[in-house]
Design a protein. Structure first.
Length: 142
């Protein structure tokens, strides 16, 4: 299930939580800093965030603190390029793994960059347009 949506209007700006967002094929999430760029959508999953939180000795990692656009309730995310995820009516295609960045040391916690290696999410491109809504179901296909 899609549990959180976050966008930031410009690089470095604060992320804002939304209940819905328009996903545009070939462009990304309308209103987000990455709209029209190669890195159209970023995503993390609850299972991997929980593992990182445990490694950090935290009760949890707040949605949006990683600055990824979408948070989904899955144990792990697919990282093989070309794998497709359907969220509600929107189809996304995995591009690559997202490495944790130095910003996460401030936005999550000290040590987050190391704890989030292989857990900091993925980037994807939008294959089919539609509206993403918190609560949408998520499915993965090869």
């Amino acid at each position: 299930m899609l549990t959180h949506i976050h966008i930031a209007p410009t690089h470095g700006a604060a992320v804002h939580a939304l209940d819905t967002v328009e996903a545009v094929a070939g462009s990304g999430l309308r209103g987000d800093r990455n709209f029209g760029r190669e890195r159209q959508v970023t995503m993390v999953c609850r299972g991997e965030l929980d593992l990182a939180a445990s490694a950090l000795g935290l009760a949890g990692i707040a949605p949006g603190s990683t600055r990824r656009n979408l948070t989904v309730d899955l144990p792990t995310l697919p990282r093989t390029p070309g794998t497709r995820l359907t969220i509600g009516e929107v189809v996304l295609e995995v591009r690559r793994d997202c490495a944790p960045c130095e910003t996460m040391e401030r936005s999550v916690a000290a040590g987050a960059r190391l704890a989030l290696v292989d857990r900091a999410g993925i980037s994807a491109r939008v294959i089919s347009s539609g509206t993403l809504t918190v609560g949408d179901q998520v499915s993965v296909s090869g």
